[in-house]
Design a protein around this ligand. Sequence first.
Ligand SMILES: *[C@@H]1O[C@H](CO)[C@@H](O)[C@H](O)[C@H]1NC(C)=O
Ligand SMILES: *[C@@H]1O[C@H](CO)[C@@H](O)[C@H](O)[C@H]1NC(C)=O
Ligand SMILES: *[C@@H]1O[C@H](CO)[C@@H](O)[C@H](O)[C@H]1NC(C)=O
Ligand SMILES: [Zn+2]
Length: 451
Amino acid sequence: MAKTKHLLSPKLSLTFLSLLIVAATLAAAAATKGVDSPSSKTGRPRPFKKLNKPVVLMISCDGFRFGYQFKTDTPNIDLLISGGTEAKSGLIPVFPSMTFPNHYSIATGLYPAYHGIIMNKFTDPITGEVFNKGLDQKWWLGEPLWVTAANQGRKAVTLFWPGSEVPKGSWTCPKGLCPHYNSSVTFEERVDTILSYFDLPGSEIPDFLMLYFDQPDKEGHEYGPDDPRVTSAVSKVDKMIGRVIQGLKKRKIFDEVHVILLGDHGMVANCDKKTIYIDDLADSIKIPADWIDAYSPVLAMNPRWGKDVKNPGEKNAEVVAKMNKALSSGKVENGEFLQVYLKEKLPKRLHYSESSRIPPIVGMVGEGLIVRQNRTDAHECYGDHGYDNKYFSMRSIFIGHGPRFRRGKKVPSFENVQIYNVVAEILGLRPAPNNGSSLFTRNILSPFKET
Ligand SMILES: *[C@@H]1O[C@H](CO)[C@@H](O)[C@H](O)[C@H]1NC(C)=O
Ligand SMILES: *[C@@H]1O[C@H](CO)[C@@H](O)[C@H](O)[C@H]1NC(C)=O
Ligand SMILES: *[C@@H]1O[C@H](CO)[C@@H](O)[C@H](O)[C@H]1NC(C)=O
Ligand SMILES: [Zn+2]
């Protein structure tokens, strides 16, 4: 070895040295990617002093519309934003912008057509079976993050996340790590329970934790997004984020835990005078109520033709053509705000056709519009979501804070199916096939902890 050294000219050894440095840097970069065990001995400086492994805490505030953070003082959310990375104009939900489809898209990285939860409530057009937020395994396709974690020997905790109670792969929804949904558990209790996992001995601290708040969605539905009670709910949620931050700071791990704060969708005001009545189409086509599985914000229609109709596809196409003609005729009140499609003909960007669970006819309802059968049921003003994900009002928030998220960085808005890969990358998990882009993680995560 010593001999070889002598053979190198000073200039060459310098080159050799730089090559070594480059190689070492590359090796360190590969190690940070965390493909191997997070505790692999690489000799590189570790960003994790106390936890000694990457940890992700994902918090969902249901129905936190993008912009709610400007309604009132939100010092705690602001602290995550200034110290972390934010989706500049909000997080884009998947269509339909409903709670169950979106929470499960965040968890699996799949569009609803592929993860199977195509609405909060639906009837399978083929079997006639009804899904209504139930826990039967057969409905829940794909591989959510808690399963990916469990399958690869990591510890996950779910404090209420749609789908988390469903046993799947190595995930059994273990007692103590996966409490059953109970809306009466106060937000304070939820936060304190999550924090208590950080008091476990080091090796027992979970790698991945999920925390869910059913606000400000509840107030948003009840009163519409622009109501003082929604502002109070935003304030309350911010205080809970403050409780999380304080709890992590007290344990001296605030800068070590990756906190991801997000929501499933936004919220828009609905009012009776913005309603489309199906019975108003009767001059062109009579649509019986039992063809309709859901009215709005997504019109889900399954004409039940019966066995003697040989070409249901053609009949459905006829229904669509007649309905659209009537709706655009100018004779149906608010008709211009509803457009009906055979599901295969829906705009591609919605990714809403490749599932036998999606009904054959889907109506896209204009932002804030309501669809009802007739004028008999009176409602007042309220708030709703579920509309086309192109509407700005359907957007929620995304903020990432922690070692792999750059401080004060803004990224362009993105769809929530990207999040699965981001969490998998931070935790060093092999991702299951999904609809996120593997390149996306490079835009949003830094390879090293910023010093
Ligand atoms: C739900 O939580 C409340 C408050 O913690 C508790 O009193 C109640 O027993 C719980 N219900 C169930 C079914 O566990
Ligand atoms: C109005 O529609 C509902 C179904 O949404 C139906 O139960 C009711 O009978 C209808 N009323 C009239 C007057 O057609
Ligand atoms: C979404 O991902 C699933 C699973 O990998 C795949 O089968 C499907 O084709 C993907 N769809 C789109 C639109 O990318
Ligand atoms: Zn929701």
